[in-house]
Design a protein around this ligand. Sequence first.
Ligand SMILES: [Zn+2]
Length: 302
Amino acid sequence: MNFFEFNKQFPTELACIKYFITIRYNNQIKCNHCHSNRVSWRAEQYKTLQCNDCNNSFSIFKGTIFEKSCTDLRKWMYAIHLFLNGKKGISGYQLQREIGVTYKTAWRMLKQIRLAMGNPENQEFIGALVEIDETYVGGKPRKGAKKDDDDDLPKNKRGRGTNKNVVVGCVDRTNKSVFAKVMIKNKEGKKLTGKQLLDVLNQVVIQDSTVISDEFKGYNILGKKTSHIHLRVDHTKEFVASNGAHTNNIENFWGTLKRGILGIYHHVSAQHLQKYVDEFCFRYNNRSNVGMFDLVLKQAIL
Ligand SMILES: [Zn+2]
């Protein structure tokens, strides 16, 4: 969808509201309090309804990312459109210019859109053939390091003595879907534990899968405490093991995530990192989904 197509489909605020009502209520608006369908609009703005049975009023945006916002739904929808159209998203400054709101409003809108992206209706379980890997994002560079990247270090030294954040992720090799979680910070210098890795795996991977990891010791737990078949690739020796095992898909995803965060957002604080990770997971998992715009609107209902 380009700018002209957007304008054609959503020429007015009312057109946007009608579209949202179709998505949220399937055209059957029911009272938020008593679920009666005997409701009528309270004012001309088509945002607040009055229930003719229980006499309460309610907003169609209650319980969504749009609640408490004074910005027009049309601006919100155009922001979602821009955010999804750009392969790596947009910055608050770009959005501020595009839709004519303050930077603070633009920043908050992007935060809320990310919240919707990280709100899947059901977390789908993945399995059969899964790659797992960990990476270090953000923070200040190591003392004496030239660039903000630990990838040139041996695995067991990465992220130590720095304030980098650890992200653990799995890719389902069959349908190429990704799931990634920011780990709660260990004490400075403490290594990522096998239990943390297992916790991520258990959230999405079905039993008896084949799980491929690199040589990092934390993954030893996979052979001991799970029913998974564990394959390994030793990156100090090879990119693909002699049995064909590799973790190229999850590593490509880390590449996209890091380039995206560096290129567009420059710096992400630890506090917000999970939302950015969710955004990039959503983009990756929906890269060929033509219904991506509607999906964000559906997931905007929290
Ligand atoms: Zn009611």
